[in-house]
Design a protein around this ligand. Structure first.
Ligand SMILES: *[C@@H]1O[C@H](CO)[C@@H](O)[C@H](O)[C@H]1NC(C)=O
Ligand SMILES: *[C@@H]1O[C@H](CO)[C@@H](O)[C@H](O)[C@H]1NC(C)=O
Ligand SMILES: *[C@@H]1O[C@H](CO)[C@@H](O)[C@H](O)[C@H]1NC(C)=O
Length: 335
Protein backbone atom coordinates (compact mmCIF):
# COMPACT_ATOMS: atom_id res chain seq x y z
CA UNK A 1 0.00 0.00 0.00
CA UNK A 2 1.44 3.35 -0.96
CA UNK A 3 1.42 6.56 1.03
CA UNK A 4 -0.75 7.96 -1.68
CA UNK A 5 -3.48 5.38 -0.99
CA UNK A 6 -3.35 6.15 2.74
CA UNK A 7 -3.60 9.84 2.01
CA UNK A 8 -6.61 9.30 -0.19
CA UNK A 9 -8.29 7.11 2.43
CA UNK A 10 -7.72 9.71 5.14
CA UNK A 11 -9.04 12.41 2.87
CA UNK A 12 -12.22 10.45 2.17
CA UNK A 13 -12.68 9.68 5.88
CA UNK A 14 -12.33 13.36 6.72
CA UNK A 15 -14.85 14.31 4.09
CA UNK A 16 -17.30 11.71 5.39
CA UNK A 17 -16.90 12.87 8.98
CA UNK A 18 -17.34 16.51 7.99
CA UNK A 19 -20.36 15.64 5.90
CA UNK A 20 -21.94 13.68 8.78
CA UNK A 21 -21.33 16.49 11.24
CA UNK A 22 -22.81 18.96 8.79
CA UNK A 23 -25.83 16.75 8.14
CA UNK A 24 -26.49 16.13 11.84
CA UNK A 25 -26.11 19.84 12.66
CA UNK A 26 -28.63 20.76 10.01
CA UNK A 27 -31.06 18.12 11.31
CA UNK A 28 -30.51 19.28 14.88
CA UNK A 29 -31.12 22.88 13.93
CA UNK A 30 -34.29 21.86 12.07
CA UNK A 31 -35.46 19.92 15.10
CA UNK A 32 -34.84 22.84 17.46
CA UNK A 33 -36.66 25.33 15.25
CA UNK A 34 -39.50 22.83 14.78
CA UNK A 35 -39.82 22.33 18.57
CA UNK A 36 -39.78 26.07 19.13
CA UNK A 37 -42.99 26.41 17.10
CA UNK A 38 -44.82 24.43 19.76
CA UNK A 39 -43.37 26.05 22.88
CA UNK A 40 -43.11 29.74 22.02
CA UNK A 41 -45.80 32.16 23.21
CA UNK A 42 -48.53 33.17 20.79
CA UNK A 43 -48.64 36.77 19.59
CA UNK A 44 -52.45 36.73 19.49
CA UNK A 45 -52.71 39.50 22.16
CA UNK A 46 -51.08 41.83 19.62
CA UNK A 47 -54.26 41.52 17.54
CA UNK A 48 -56.71 41.04 20.41
CA UNK A 49 -55.41 43.01 23.41
CA UNK A 50 -57.18 41.36 26.37
CA UNK A 51 -57.79 44.37 28.60
CA UNK A 52 -59.38 46.77 26.12
CA UNK A 53 -62.54 48.68 27.07
CA UNK A 54 -63.87 48.12 23.56
CA UNK A 55 -62.70 44.62 22.61
CA UNK A 56 -61.29 44.02 19.13
CA UNK A 57 -63.29 41.94 16.68
CA UNK A 58 -62.77 38.45 15.31
CA UNK A 59 -64.69 36.91 12.42
CA UNK A 60 -64.95 33.13 12.27
CA UNK A 61 -66.55 31.50 9.26
CA UNK A 62 -68.25 28.14 9.63
CA UNK A 63 -68.57 28.73 13.34
CA UNK A 64 -71.73 26.76 14.11
CA UNK A 65 -69.95 23.41 14.30
CA UNK A 66 -66.73 21.68 15.20
CA UNK A 67 -63.50 23.64 15.29
CA UNK A 68 -65.15 26.91 14.16
CA UNK A 69 -67.62 26.71 17.03
CA UNK A 70 -64.82 25.96 19.51
CA UNK A 71 -62.85 28.94 18.17
CA UNK A 72 -65.82 31.29 18.59
CA UNK A 73 -66.26 30.13 22.20
CA UNK A 74 -62.58 30.40 22.99
CA UNK A 75 -62.22 33.88 21.47
CA UNK A 76 -65.26 35.34 23.22
CA UNK A 77 -64.95 33.62 26.59
CA UNK A 78 -61.19 33.41 27.11
CA UNK A 79 -59.48 35.86 24.74
CA UNK A 80 -61.65 38.92 25.32
CA UNK A 81 -62.61 39.31 21.70
CA UNK A 82 -65.93 40.38 20.26
CA UNK A 83 -66.88 37.78 17.69
CA UNK A 84 -68.82 37.67 14.44
CA UNK A 85 -70.06 34.17 13.86
CA UNK A 86 -70.77 33.12 10.32
CA UNK A 87 -72.83 30.09 9.38
CA UNK A 88 -75.42 28.88 6.90
CA UNK A 89 -78.33 28.23 9.18
CA UNK A 90 -79.86 31.32 10.93
CA UNK A 91 -81.55 29.23 13.63
CA UNK A 92 -78.34 27.44 14.52
CA UNK A 93 -76.48 30.78 14.51
CA UNK A 94 -78.98 32.30 16.95
CA UNK A 95 -78.62 29.31 19.27
CA UNK A 96 -74.82 29.48 19.24
CA UNK A 97 -74.82 33.25 19.81
CA UNK A 98 -77.20 33.12 22.75
CA UNK A 99 -75.26 30.22 24.28
CA UNK A 100 -72.04 32.25 24.16
CA UNK A 101 -73.73 35.41 25.44
CA UNK A 102 -75.20 33.51 28.37
CA UNK A 103 -71.71 32.43 29.45
CA UNK A 104 -70.31 35.98 29.42
CA UNK A 105 -70.21 37.89 32.71
CA UNK A 106 -72.96 40.52 33.08
CA UNK A 107 -71.94 43.93 31.69
CA UNK A 108 -69.22 42.33 29.60
CA UNK A 109 -68.11 44.67 26.80
CA UNK A 110 -67.82 41.67 24.49
CA UNK A 111 -70.31 41.60 21.63
CA UNK A 112 -71.47 38.61 19.63
CA UNK A 113 -72.90 39.18 16.16
CA UNK A 114 -74.07 36.65 13.61
CA UNK A 115 -74.15 36.70 9.83
CA UNK A 116 -75.87 34.02 7.76
CA UNK A 117 -74.65 33.28 4.24
CA UNK A 118 -74.78 30.07 2.24
CA UNK A 119 -71.33 29.32 0.85
CA UNK A 120 -72.81 27.18 -1.92
CA UNK A 121 -72.97 30.61 -3.59
CA UNK A 122 -69.45 31.68 -2.61
CA UNK A 123 -69.31 35.10 -4.26
CA UNK A 124 -72.73 36.19 -3.01
CA UNK A 125 -71.84 34.88 0.45
CA UNK A 126 -68.59 36.84 0.64
CA UNK A 127 -70.42 40.00 -0.48
CA UNK A 128 -73.10 39.47 2.16
CA UNK A 129 -70.45 39.28 4.88
CA UNK A 130 -68.51 42.32 3.63
CA UNK A 131 -71.74 44.36 3.41
CA UNK A 132 -72.64 43.30 6.93
CA UNK A 133 -69.28 44.55 8.26
CA UNK A 134 -69.67 47.84 6.43
CA UNK A 135 -73.21 48.31 7.74
CA UNK A 136 -72.06 47.80 11.33
CA UNK A 137 -68.86 49.77 10.73
CA UNK A 138 -66.80 46.91 12.15
CA UNK A 139 -63.07 46.46 11.62
CA UNK A 140 -61.71 42.95 11.99
CA UNK A 141 -58.49 42.14 13.85
CA UNK A 142 -58.66 38.39 13.38
CA UNK A 143 -60.25 36.58 10.44
CA UNK A 144 -60.43 32.80 10.65
CA UNK A 145 -61.38 31.09 7.40
CA UNK A 146 -62.72 27.95 8.92
CA UNK A 147 -65.67 26.76 6.86
CA UNK A 148 -64.68 23.84 4.77
CA UNK A 149 -64.91 20.16 4.31
CA UNK A 150 -66.81 17.74 2.25
CA UNK A 151 -69.39 16.06 4.44
CA UNK A 152 -72.25 18.37 3.48
CA UNK A 153 -72.13 16.83 0.00
CA UNK A 154 -73.03 13.31 1.09
CA UNK A 155 -70.44 10.59 1.25
CA UNK A 156 -66.99 11.37 2.50
CA UNK A 157 -64.97 9.27 0.08
CA UNK A 158 -65.81 9.36 -3.62
CA UNK A 159 -63.83 8.18 -6.60
CA UNK A 160 -63.71 10.09 -9.90
CA UNK A 161 -66.46 7.91 -11.41
CA UNK A 162 -68.70 8.32 -8.39
CA UNK A 163 -68.61 11.96 -7.46
CA UNK A 164 -71.50 14.13 -8.72
CA UNK A 165 -70.85 17.41 -10.53
CA UNK A 166 -72.65 19.16 -7.71
CA UNK A 167 -70.45 17.60 -5.04
CA UNK A 168 -67.23 18.20 -6.98
CA UNK A 169 -67.86 21.89 -7.66
CA UNK A 170 -69.32 22.29 -4.18
CA UNK A 171 -66.15 21.00 -2.54
CA UNK A 172 -63.99 23.27 -4.68
CA UNK A 173 -66.20 26.31 -4.01
CA UNK A 174 -66.32 25.69 -0.30
CA UNK A 175 -62.61 25.20 0.18
CA UNK A 176 -61.14 27.60 -2.36
CA UNK A 177 -63.52 30.11 -3.99
CA UNK A 178 -65.31 31.09 -0.79
CA UNK A 179 -62.30 31.73 1.47
CA UNK A 180 -60.41 33.47 -1.34
CA UNK A 181 -63.37 35.75 -2.22
CA UNK A 182 -64.10 36.40 1.44
CA UNK A 183 -60.52 37.37 2.19
CA UNK A 184 -60.59 39.71 -0.81
CA UNK A 185 -63.93 41.26 0.21
CA UNK A 186 -62.99 41.68 3.87
CA UNK A 187 -59.50 43.15 3.30
CA UNK A 188 -60.76 46.78 3.31
CA UNK A 189 -62.43 46.09 6.67
CA UNK A 190 -59.30 44.79 8.39
CA UNK A 191 -57.86 46.70 11.37
CA UNK A 192 -54.09 47.14 11.76
CA UNK A 193 -52.46 45.02 12.96
CA UNK A 194 -54.60 42.13 11.71
CA UNK A 195 -54.21 38.41 11.37
CA UNK A 196 -55.79 36.07 8.83
CA UNK A 197 -55.81 32.36 9.63
CA UNK A 198 -56.68 29.93 6.86
CA UNK A 199 -57.45 26.44 8.04
CA UNK A 200 -56.30 23.65 5.81
CA UNK A 201 -56.22 19.92 6.06
CA UNK A 202 -53.44 17.42 6.13
CA UNK A 203 -55.21 15.89 3.14
CA UNK A 204 -54.03 18.91 1.16
CA UNK A 205 -50.35 18.25 1.79
CA UNK A 206 -50.22 14.57 0.96
CA UNK A 207 -52.76 13.48 -1.65
CA UNK A 208 -55.22 10.73 -0.88
CA UNK A 209 -57.23 8.46 -3.18
CA UNK A 210 -61.02 8.96 -3.12
CA UNK A 211 -60.46 12.44 -1.73
CA UNK A 212 -58.96 14.04 -4.85
CA UNK A 213 -61.24 17.09 -5.05
CA UNK A 214 -61.08 17.71 -1.34
CA UNK A 215 -57.33 17.22 -1.04
CA UNK A 216 -56.57 19.41 -4.06
CA UNK A 217 -58.89 22.18 -2.86
CA UNK A 218 -57.12 22.14 0.48
CA UNK A 219 -53.72 22.60 -1.08
CA UNK A 220 -54.97 25.74 -2.87
CA UNK A 221 -55.44 27.05 0.55
CA UNK A 222 -51.90 26.72 1.75
CA UNK A 223 -50.25 28.27 -1.30
CA UNK A 224 -52.77 31.09 -1.01
CA UNK A 225 -51.68 31.74 2.58
CA UNK A 226 -47.98 31.68 1.74
CA UNK A 227 -48.39 34.04 -1.22
CA UNK A 228 -50.61 36.47 0.67
CA UNK A 229 -48.34 36.55 3.70
CA UNK A 230 -45.41 37.51 1.48
CA UNK A 231 -47.54 40.06 -0.36
CA UNK A 232 -48.64 41.78 2.87
CA UNK A 233 -45.02 41.84 3.96
CA UNK A 234 -43.90 43.27 0.62
CA UNK A 235 -46.51 46.02 0.90
CA UNK A 236 -45.61 46.76 4.54
CA UNK A 237 -49.15 46.05 5.62
CA UNK A 238 -49.22 44.94 9.22
CA UNK A 239 -51.21 41.82 8.31
CA UNK A 240 -50.06 38.33 9.20
CA UNK A 241 -51.45 35.48 7.10
CA UNK A 242 -51.06 32.03 8.57
CA UNK A 243 -52.11 28.73 7.06
CA UNK A 244 -52.82 26.16 9.75
CA UNK A 245 -52.90 22.53 8.72
CA UNK A 246 -55.31 20.29 10.60
CA UNK A 247 -55.29 16.54 10.97
CA UNK A 248 -58.22 14.58 12.35
CA UNK A 249 -60.30 16.26 15.06
CA UNK A 250 -62.68 14.52 17.44
CA UNK A 251 -65.97 15.57 15.82
CA UNK A 252 -68.93 13.40 14.93
CA UNK A 253 -68.30 14.12 11.26
CA UNK A 254 -64.68 12.93 11.40
CA UNK A 255 -65.75 9.29 11.22
CA UNK A 256 -63.09 8.48 13.83
CA UNK A 257 -65.52 8.16 16.71
CA UNK A 258 -66.68 4.56 16.95
CA UNK A 259 -69.52 3.09 18.97
CA UNK A 260 -69.64 -0.53 20.07
CA UNK A 261 -72.84 -2.56 20.48
CA UNK A 262 -73.48 -1.10 23.95
CA UNK A 263 -73.16 2.43 22.55
CA UNK A 264 -69.82 3.00 24.27
CA UNK A 265 -67.84 5.68 22.48
CA UNK A 266 -64.33 4.88 21.34
CA UNK A 267 -61.68 6.37 19.09
CA UNK A 268 -60.08 4.80 16.07
CA UNK A 269 -56.57 5.54 17.34
CA UNK A 270 -54.93 7.07 20.43
CA UNK A 271 -56.64 10.17 21.78
CA UNK A 272 -53.46 12.27 21.71
CA UNK A 273 -53.55 12.16 17.92
CA UNK A 274 -57.22 13.17 17.70
CA UNK A 275 -57.67 16.43 19.63
CA UNK A 276 -61.08 17.68 20.73
CA UNK A 277 -62.33 20.75 18.83
CA UNK A 278 -61.46 22.81 21.94
CA UNK A 279 -57.86 21.56 22.03
CA UNK A 280 -57.61 22.14 18.29
CA UNK A 281 -58.94 25.71 18.64
CA UNK A 282 -56.37 26.46 21.34
CA UNK A 283 -53.58 24.98 19.24
CA UNK A 284 -54.57 27.15 16.26
CA UNK A 285 -54.50 30.33 18.34
CA UNK A 286 -51.22 29.28 19.96
CA UNK A 287 -49.46 29.18 16.56
CA UNK A 288 -50.14 32.86 15.77
CA UNK A 289 -46.86 34.69 15.22
CA UNK A 290 -44.82 31.52 14.79
CA UNK A 291 -43.09 33.00 11.77
CA UNK A 292 -44.07 30.31 9.27
CA UNK A 293 -46.47 30.80 6.38
CA UNK A 294 -48.02 27.40 6.94
CA UNK A 295 -47.81 25.31 10.08
CA UNK A 296 -49.26 22.07 11.39
CA UNK A 297 -51.35 23.48 14.22
CA UNK A 298 -51.47 20.67 16.75
CA UNK A 299 -48.39 18.90 18.08
CA UNK A 300 -49.93 15.41 17.86
CA UNK A 301 -50.70 16.01 14.17
CA UNK A 302 -47.18 17.31 13.56
CA UNK A 303 -45.73 14.15 15.07
CA UNK A 304 -48.02 12.08 12.85
CA UNK A 305 -46.79 13.95 9.78
CA UNK A 306 -43.13 13.21 10.47
CA UNK A 307 -43.10 9.64 9.12
CA UNK A 308 -44.65 10.89 5.85
CA UNK A 309 -41.68 13.22 5.40
CA UNK A 310 -38.93 10.87 6.50
CA UNK A 311 -39.98 7.44 5.34
CA UNK A 312 -38.98 6.16 1.92
CA UNK A 313 -41.42 6.99 -0.87
CA UNK A 314 -42.57 3.42 -1.30
CA UNK A 315 -43.79 3.31 2.29
CA UNK A 316 -45.59 6.65 2.16
CA UNK A 317 -47.31 5.40 -1.01
CA UNK A 318 -48.69 2.46 0.92
CA UNK A 319 -49.67 4.60 3.90
CA UNK A 320 -51.52 7.21 1.84
CA UNK A 321 -53.29 4.42 -0.01
CA UNK A 322 -54.25 2.44 3.07
CA UNK A 323 -55.50 5.46 4.97
CA UNK A 324 -58.43 6.16 2.69
CA UNK A 325 -58.91 2.93 0.75
CA UNK A 326 -59.99 1.17 3.92
CA UNK A 327 -62.50 3.90 4.78
CA UNK A 328 -63.79 4.12 1.22
CA UNK A 329 -64.52 0.39 1.33
CA UNK A 330 -66.10 0.63 4.78
CA UNK A 331 -68.40 3.43 3.63
CA UNK A 332 -69.66 1.28 0.75
CA UNK A 333 -70.20 -1.77 2.93
CA UNK A 334 -72.81 0.06 4.96
CA UNK A 335 -74.89 0.99 1.88
C1 LIG B 1 -57.10 46.37 18.05
O1 LIG B 1 -56.02 46.48 18.93
C2 LIG B 1 -54.87 47.10 18.42
C3 LIG B 1 -53.82 47.07 19.48
O2 LIG B 1 -53.01 45.98 19.28
C4 LIG B 1 -55.17 48.47 17.91
O3 LIG B 1 -53.99 49.06 17.42
C5 LIG B 1 -56.21 48.36 16.86
O4 LIG B 1 -56.52 49.59 16.33
C6 LIG B 1 -57.42 47.67 17.40
N1 LIG B 1 -58.42 47.52 16.40
C7 LIG B 1 -59.55 48.20 16.41
C8 LIG B 1 -60.47 47.97 15.29
O5 LIG B 1 -59.82 48.91 17.31
C1 LIG C 1 -60.89 40.47 29.79
O1 LIG C 1 -61.23 41.81 30.07
C2 LIG C 1 -61.68 42.07 31.36
C3 LIG C 1 -62.00 43.52 31.47
O2 LIG C 1 -62.76 43.95 30.41
C4 LIG C 1 -60.64 41.63 32.36
O3 LIG C 1 -61.16 41.78 33.66
C5 LIG C 1 -60.23 40.20 32.13
O4 LIG C 1 -59.17 39.86 32.95
C6 LIG C 1 -59.80 40.00 30.71
N1 LIG C 1 -59.51 38.63 30.45
C7 LIG C 1 -58.31 38.23 30.04
C8 LIG C 1 -58.15 36.78 29.76
O5 LIG C 1 -57.40 38.99 29.90
C1 LIG D 1 -58.73 26.58 3.37
O1 LIG D 1 -59.55 25.52 3.80
C2 LIG D 1 -60.45 25.81 4.82
C3 LIG D 1 -61.21 24.63 5.23
O2 LIG D 1 -60.85 24.20 6.48
C4 LIG D 1 -61.29 26.89 4.27
O3 LIG D 1 -62.43 27.16 4.96
C5 LIG D 1 -60.36 28.01 4.31
O4 LIG D 1 -61.02 29.17 4.31
C6 LIG D 1 -59.48 27.83 3.15
N1 LIG D 1 -58.65 29.01 3.00
C7 LIG D 1 -58.26 29.50 1.84
C8 LIG D 1 -57.56 30.77 1.86
O5 LIG D 1 -58.47 28.94 0.80
Amino acid sequence: MSDQDDGLRLFITDILILFSIGFLSVQFFKFVSWSYIYIRASTLPRYLPPQKKVPNWSLVTGATDGVGLALAHELALHRNSSVIIHGRNPTKLATVASSIRSQLPPNSPIRIETVAADVVEPIAASRTIATFLEGKNIRISLLVNCVGGTVMFGRRYDGLDEISEEAATGIINLNTVFPAMLTRAVKPRLARPACIINLGSYAGTAGFPFLSFYAASKSFNMTFSTSLNREMHALNQDIEVLGVVLGSVRTESSGLITRDASGKVGLEYPAFFIPTPEDMANAILARVGCGRHVVVGYLGHALQAIPMEWLPNALTEVMAMEATLRRWKAERKGE
